[in-house]
Design a protein around this ligand. Structure first.
Ligand code: FE2
Length: 492
């Protein structure tokens, strides 16, 4: 299956559903398009793999790929069939096998999983019935699931998230490697202004209007910030390499106490998948294939501690989550954008989304996607580290987790992807980011006075219990603080 034949991941000339002025019929068509698009994405992702690679557990921190495949169908069955219409497509026994809360990833290879052909048939059967239900369903405004068609947005986004998870598995896969057919991303360009000043004052953080936003992205609330500088682009491999070659991994001055302990325990010496060849050239493993390090791409596969250390070495610091969101979406003098570039839906000219290239684009590739302050590539390419813990906004209850990542990458393409999107860290026990394209690349930075000594917070049950925390030491740079290094997590 060729990705170029895929249905568009971006809405067809309409805002992300549900959209103002849309009719129930047009909303249903948009939902059907998005369900089709994400399924095409999932199947295209796994299409190049032989059956043994679909079934094998490639890493104890990831599921067998065939588990993810059937799980997205089972999730769809639970929500779009059973919850919405009281219907089933498969046996109830599948619910336990594909319940992420019942079985850790390390155990899933031993479960009685559907084989690849059975899994494909199962999810196709669920989809057929789900589309029948969609034809008949009424989006009752007061209904918790059906109001604004929320449950459909949840299912679409869930599958996009699993596509990202499967990309992480593919990056960790050993053996012959995975070589997807994909075009090269647009060319980058020289960035003459490496950082921009974001004026102080209040701005609106989060959202109360995005109908498909998750609870942890709500509600909209006012946050008042002092002025700060932030990097124009994600930190590149070129700049991160300077940190490496300057002995950054051997100098405890740049690391927090917890970060240095982790660096020692894990034996870190460079981003995961990097290797210095005998001629002194650095290479990187990408989906099992080694290639020369692409110096103008955002750095990937670095953990929170590495991003934090890089920022301090650069004389900067990681931005807080509020600083990141203000730089991405607030307009000077007031106003809030849905996306950094405005309210137009994402397009291939604005952001790198949906595993279109199976790699981050070089910095400077998306000048049209800049935020009002001039920050580029704040959606797509990579997740970015911030110094803030992942906690609920006011009025929302839930367990905080570790430092939060911002910027959507390959997930939620055209289906809820906006600057309000948030995400907890997904760190394997080594503290590294795994996956194709996730890594704090040095991040961007924020005011020196922000977030002093943020305490370590408990992590959610689904996250590893070791690895980086959100602890942050105030940096010594003068105000307005310089948020360094937009630490970026790789994306597709
Ligand atoms: Fe899931």
């Amino acid at each position: 299956m060729d990705l170029d034949d895929a249905p568009p991941l971006y809405p067809k000339g309409t805002p992300t559903p549900p959209h103002p002025g849309g009719t129930p019929a047009s909303l249903k068509q948009t939902i059907a398009d998005q369900l089709e698009a994400v399924r095409h994405r999932s199947l295209a992702l796994l299409d190049p793999l032989p059956e043994p690679d679909l079934v094998r557990q490639h890493s104890p921190i990831m599921s067998p790929l065939v588990w993810d495949l059937a799980h997205v169908g089972n999730y769809e069955e639970l929500w779009l069939l059973e919850a919405v219409a009281g219907l089933r497509a498969g046996p109830k026994s599948l619910d336990d096998v594909y319940d992420a809360f019942q079985h850790s990833r390390a155990e899933r290879g031993a479960l009685p999983l559907l084989g690849p052909a059975e899994a494909r048939a199962y999810i196709a059967g669920v989809r057929t019935k789900a589309l029948d239900v969609l034809d008949r369903v009424e989006f009752l405004p007061e209904h918790q699931l059906l109001g604004n068609a929320y449950v459909y947005g949840m299912v679409v986004q869930h599958e996009h998230q699993h596509d990202e998870t499967m990309l992480a598995t593919l990056q960790l896969m050993e053996g012959e490697g995975y070589r997807p057919q994909a075009p090269m991303p647009p060319r980058g360009r020289r960035i003459d202004t490496p950082e921009v000043l974001v004026e102080g004052g209040p701005f609106e953080m989060g959202t109360s209007l995005e109908a498909w936003a998750y609870d942890n992205e709500r509600p909209a609330h006012t946050v008042d910030l002092p002025p700060f500088y932030i990097d124009t682009t994600p930190v590149t491999n070129r700049f991160y390499l300077r940190f490496v070659e300057d002995g950054g991994y051997d100098d405890p001055r740049w690391w927090s106490e917890a970060g240095w302990a982790h660096r020692q325990k894990a034996g870190l010496g460079a981003p995961q998948f990097w290797r210095k060849e005998c001629e002194g050239v650095w290479t990187r493993l990408r989906f099992g294939w080694r290639e020369d390090l692409s110096l103008n791409e955002p750095v990937c596969h670095v953990c929170f501690y590495e991003a934090e250390a890089y920022a301090r070495w650069a004389g900067k610091r990681l931005p807080t989550e509020a600083e990141w969101e203000k730089a991405a979406s607030a307009e000077p003098g007031g106003g809030k954008r849905r996306y950094p570039w405005g309210d137009a839906p994402p397009s291939p000219e604005l952001a790198n989304l949906g595993q279109r290239y199976f790699r981050p684009a070089p910095v400077g590739a998306y000048p049209q996607g800049a935020s009002p302050w001039g920050c580029e590539q704040m959606i797509g390419d990579v997740w970015e580290w911030t110094s803030s813990p992942f906690t609920p906004y006011r009025g929302i209850t839930g367990s905080p987790t570790r430092s939060i990542r911002r910027s959507s990458s390959s997930r939620r393409t055209g289906s809820g992807c906006c600057v309000a999107a948030r995400g907890p860290p997904t760190l394997p026990p080594s503290g590294r980011r795994s996956g194709t394209g996730t890594s704090p690349s040095g991040g961007r930075s924020s005011p020196a006075s922000a977030a002093p000594g943020t305490p370590e917070v408990p992590c959610a049950a689904s996250w590893p219990t070791s690895g980086p925390t959100s602890a942050w030491s105030p940096c010594s740079s003068p105000l307005p603080g310089r948020c360094c290094a937009r630490a970026t997590n790789h994306a597709s």
